[in-house]
Design a protein. Structure first.
Length: 144
């Protein structure tokens, strides 16, 4: 017998140089990042809270499984990109579902936007300029 195909909701998140591709599907609340569980991938609690923040806000953390592929950047940048990707995937889920009333879906989207989960953090490292030691630091000036 053929199994029923799972419905996946996709979202892409970015922060600094990190890019995360998030897939959400119905499940029991299992989160895997690059094939590893959440606790072993992100060791700091602030990063773990950033990842599960959008799911907790919409009260879907025990109803959805999250599978993430993330690359680039450091740990905090990766956590931020996973957070934004999860929020975008939830938006696709709420806007695409016909069972939920429009006002409830709109309320969830408004909650995510007001909490700042959908806003991309545009701060990046400034590039090094020619004739300088770094982005802004010059070489030491000597009169003689």
């Amino acid at each position: 017998m053929a199994e029923a195909k799972k419905k996946y909701y996709l979202g892409t998140g970015r922060r600094k140089t990190s890019v995360a591709r998030v897939r959400l599907c119905d499940g029991s609340g299992k989160i895997s990042i690059n094939g590893r569980p959440l606790e072993s991938f992100f060791t700091e609690t602030k990063d773990r809270n950033a990842v599960v923040g959008p799911l907790k806000l919409t009260e879907m953390n025990a109803k959805l499984d999250m599978d993430v592929k993330v690359n680039g950047g450091g740990t905090t940048g990766q956590a931020g990109s996973v957070c934004q990707g999860a929020a975008r995937a939830l938006i696709h889920m709420f806007s695409g579902s016909s069972t939920a009333p429009d006002d409830a879906a709109g309320g969830m989207i408004k909650k995510l936007r007001d909490s700042g989960y959908l806003t991309r953090d545009g701060r990046m490292k400034e590039r090094k300029k020619y004739g300088r030691k770094g982005a802004r630091r010059s070489f030491q000036f000597s009169k003689r």
